[in-house]
Design a protein around this ligand. Structure first.
Ligand code: SAM
Length: 482
């Protein structure tokens, strides 16, 4: 039987079923152990030092105790600490992105996904490079600077060369004042050689959702196709890092399996990356299964309530404080609102999940991957964020300045965020306001920018940021960054 070892490169050893089960038993046995819970909460709190804030994070066992705990006042404390951590490391900035669906050809048999091979009534579509260009122009015209590209797995229709061509096309389009400055990639697990090619193409984060860490369920949920190979899928992030990709994004598709099992697996995966590569995941996404063509979410009996969903997010925030957290338009405005407060640092906005959806006037549903709950425009999302005290950020500076992997993490820990990420957010927000926003959004935005500029501690940085913002307003000069 496999023995738990976070440093191992074998899936069954770093995501070890026996260790997860022991963790769940430990969490259940201690869910009312107030003394232990208090000590875990104390450990989780950010500590202020003269060089910024530090946070120790939690082990998967400690974090699982918090998730199991049902004592209302302790849950309140978790939310409080999650918010404290969020503000300490991410401030009130929220990074904005949009997904871009390239192709829905897929050879896998994933039971929850409408792109599965046996779905014969979904039209199959793959963008040509001309169509990619048109989609990118439409996205730039909305104001987007950061994309996550999505594709099904199909070695004939969507080989790595196709994905690389698309990335090249995306980066080459400069329409009016627009450009896409960071392309994150969400494609199926692949080889070290292909990850190296993605790295060379200049991608930001490589995102791959585990879907479920529970091997037996995984095998049933992915009955056919290359994705059936649990070990190959689970070990993908190690290959990505071997191929030179510094920033990787994890995720679980909540609803497929028992959430406590998934949560322990997710934190163990983060611990594994830290133990082997010296740097944890750059982001964690928290998608929930949605209705889609040929997919009824009720067919999966592990769906979770909004309340549990929020508790999971708070526990992730506490356990891995330096990892960004992403929520998509799968969720409603109401759920997104609560999640922002307790830890989310990136949201998508104005998303269309169909292949070629951005160039259509009306939202198309025929090739959609899932129903979008938050159907507001990007302008509406940006305004809503600001009205709730968040700064929408279109910043892509870190990755372009080489601050990836552990270099990004050290910026996060250094307390320099208010002198770096904060002004970058304000400058990119000003670009958005100037080039794309409605008058109503502009009014809210400029007021926010003015107020927030005063919070920059370093006087020199503050002066430069103010000057750059004036330049953005007065000319076509763009893309300033610290
Ligand atoms: N094809 C790639 C793969 O297999 O990893 C990734 C791209 S896929 C377009 C992105 C993600 O969408 C999947 O990893 C899955 O978690 C999610 N997804 C699939 N079907 C979904 C559904 N019905 N509701 C919500 N999310 C879904």
């Amino acid at each position: 039987m496999a023995v738990y070892n976070p440093k191992s490169l074998k899936a069954e050893e770093f995501i070890n079923d026996e260790e997860i089960r022991a963790t769940l038993e430990y969490a259940e046995a201690n869910k009312n152990n107030v003394e232990l819970i208090d000590s875990i909460l104390e450990k989780a709190r950010p500590v202020k030092t003269d060089r910024g804030c530090v946070c120790s994070g939690l082990t998967h066992r400690e974090a699982s105790v918090l998730l199991a705990c049902e004592i209302p006042e302790k849950i309140e404390k978790m939310y409080e600490i999650a918010e404290e951590i969020k503000l300490a490391f991410y401030g009130n900035r929220i990074v904005i992105f949009a997904p871009l669906y390239l192709s829905n050809y897929c050879v896998n048999g994933c039971l929850y996904c409408p792109y599965h091979l046996k779905n014969k009534h979904i039209p199959r579509k793959k963008l040509t490079q001309e169509e990619v260009k048109a989609e990118v122009i439409a996205l730039q015209d909305m104001g987007h600077k950061r994309l996550a590209i999505e594709a099904g797995e199909d070695p004939v229709n969507n080989p790595i060369e196709y994905i690389l061509d698309c990335i090249k096309t995306i980066y080459s389009v400069h329409h009016k004042n627009g450009d896409i400055r960071r392309v994150n990639v969400n494609i199926a697990a692949t080889t070290v050689e292909n990850y190296r090619k993605l790295k060379e193409a200049g991608i930001g984060t490589y995102i791959l959702f585990q879907e479920t860490y529970h091997k037996e369920s995984y095998l049933k949920l992915h009955p056919t196709g290359p994705k059936h190979d649990y070990d190959y899928h689970t070990e993908a992030m190690d290959r990505a890092m071997e191929g030179g990709i510094d920033d990787v994004g994890l995720g679980v598709l909540f609803g497929l399996e028992m959430y406590k099992y998934e949560f322990a697996g997710l934190i163990m995966h983060a611990e594994h990356l830290e133990a082997v590569h010296g740097v944890g995941p750059h982001t964690i996404s928290v998608p929930r299964v949605k209705r889609a063509d040929d997919i009824d979410p009720d067919a999966f009996d592990n769906s979770i309530s909004d309340e549990i969903f929020e508790k999971i997010a708070a526990c992730i925030r506490i356990a891995v404080p330096y990892t960004g957290m992403i929520i998509s338009t799968r969720e409603t405005e109401e759920v997104r609102s609560k999640m922002l407060k307790i830890g989310i640092s990136q949201v998508s906005g104005g998303s269309r999940t169909s292949v070629g959806g951005y160039t259509e006037k009306e939202r198309p549903h025929d090739t959609e991957q899932f129903d979008v709950s938050d159907q507001r425009t990007l302008d509406e999302v940006v305004r809503w964020l600001m009205e709730n005290g968040h700064i929408p950020s279109f910043c892509t500076a870190c990755y372009r300045a080489g601050r990836t992997g552990d270099r990004f993490m050290s910026l996060c820990k250094s307390g320099q965020i208010l002198n770096c990420c904060h002004p970058n957010a304000l400058m990119t927000l000003t670009e958005y306001l100037e080039d794309y926003a409605s008058d109503e959004t502009k009014a809210v935005g400029y007021k926010m920018v003015e107020e927030e500029l005063e919070r920059i501690p370093n006087p020199k940085v503050k002066e430069t940021a103010k000057q750059n913002i004036e330049d953005i307003k007065a000319s076509n000069r763009r893309d300033f960054r610290f």
